[in-house]
Design a protein around this ligand. Structure first.
Ligand code: GMT
Length: 391
């Protein structure tokens, strides 16, 4: 039987970061399949660049007022969610990152007296491990998860961690991050290739430079490589709280010449394929979307053995896993690959293969859709919809 086309609201953080990127890519992929998508946020999501006839963006305006030390965004979001659900007859409200989106969505649902919109939350990582673990939010996260119609987590690790740290009993389905294999491929952009020099090994890191990313470790790795006589260049893409300190450290440790800090870049898919190895020294990653994007480009990943990363990167197959903060371990792993070009090439191939076989947009997006349909399946009127999904 053909599945009906759905009207779906998606709330996310619009700024650079994995949850916003994933939420936007999901919305675009669903719109490409004919579903009607409504993004709700305080700004247009950063990956929403091109016009799509069935995507609408609803800006959430927050009224400032002298009494408000903290303008109540969660309430403004709940109001916009209820209005959009009503006006566009939404069937699903899919929120990414629990705080405050899930709280607002549950509140919006309560306001909608004659409409049963299904509220689904995707947990991404720090919404559970940092924010959800904080005593000021734990209880509200726990309550919101119990109230939601459906909850997904991006890795088995995050699912387990949610049960352990938040103490919820709600059912959680694991649906991993995914990647667009046409966009993230091995094809090298000539402009980005200008960054590379034949006699250097090109290392790359992409993140939002938050403390959890441990970007200073990469500067220390560059020092270690220099001391070991390895000619390497590190391309640092992104911006965030720890970027200035990393640049300063690079100057102090005299490796600034070997590191290019490129700042925020929209087209990371043009830069990553130039690299030989992607580095991710995070203290914690629930999944590691940037690592997956590198793998899709055929670039092997050296990352920490933390959180959900071992679910993405197979140690010795598509990359290498190293202990958190193990600078020498990172340098050694890089040197091993640099001195064995065949192994480096093989790992790059394996990385792409893993991305294709386990995390392709074509395979993972239907898992979200199946989940929506399952949750909606007790709604008798769902199949009365005239529209059917274009296959
Ligand atoms: O910390 C970030 O990089 C951003 C963060 C977010 O929620 O915006 O990313 C998280 O979600 C991504 C998409 O699901 C995951 O791939 C990242 O691993 C996760 N980050 C952390 O767990 C630190």
């Amino acid at each position: 039987m053909n599945s009906p086309l759905l009207r779906i609201g998606i709330a996310c953080y619009p700024t650079y970061g994995g949850s916003g990127a994933l939420a936007t890519e999901l919305g675009i992929a669903l719109a490409d399949r004919g579903h009607e998508i409504h993004f709700l946020s305080y700004e247009s999501p950063f990956r929403l660049k091109e016009f799509h006839s069935n995507i609408i963006y609803h800006q959430v305006g927050v009224q400032d007022y002298p009494l408000f030390k903290y303008p109540p965004y969660a309430l403004a979001l709940a109001t916009t969610m209820a209005e959009v659900c009503e006006l566009h007859d939404l069937e699903v409200l899919h929120v990414h990152y629990a705080i405050p989106h899930l709280v607002s969505a549950n509140l919006a649902k309560q306001m909608l007296i004659d409409q049963d919109v299904k509220v689904i939350s995707t947990l991404h990582g720090t919404d559970i491990t940092v924010v959800g673990n904080d005593p000021s939010y734990r209880r509200v996260v726990q309550f919101s998860l119990e109230e939601a119609d459906g909850v997904t987590a991006v890795s088995q690790y995050l699912k387990n961690e949610t049960y352990r740290s938040v103490g919820t009993t709600c059912e959680i389905r694991v649906i991993p991050n995914f990647v667009d294999l046409n966009r993230f491929s091995a094809s090298v952009c000539p402009e980005a290739a200008k960054l590379c020099c034949d006699d250097e090994v090109i290392l790359i890191h992409v993140s939002n430079f938050r403390p959890v990313k441990r970007v200073n470790d990469l500067v220390h790795v560059m020092v270690e490589l220099k001391n070991n006589g390895v000619s390497a260049r590190l391309i640092m893409v992104g911006d965030g709280p720890d970027k200035a300190a990393a640049e300063l450290l690079a100057r102090q440790l005299k490796v600034a010449e070997q590191i290019n800090f490129l700042g925020l870049q929209d087209s990371v898919e043009q830069i990553i394929p130039c690299a030989d190895i992607f580095l991710l020294p995070s203290e914690f990653e629930s999944f590691g979307l940037s690592a997956l994007e590198a793998m899709a480009c055929g670039v092997p990943v050296i990352a920490t053995n933390s959180g959900g990363l071992p679910e993405v990167i197979q140690d010795g197959v598509s990359g290498k896993l190293v202990s958190i903060g193990d600078i020498q371990g990172f340098a050694l792993a890089i040197q091993e690959l640099v001195t064995d070009p065949d192994a480096l090439k093989r790992m790059g191939k394996n990385a792409r293969h893993e991305a294709v076989n386990r995390f392709s947009i074509q395979d993972v997006v239907p898992a979200y859709l199946d989940y929506y349909y399952e949750l909606l399946s007790d709604e008798d009127d769902m199949f009365c919809d005239q529209n059917v999904e274009a296959t």
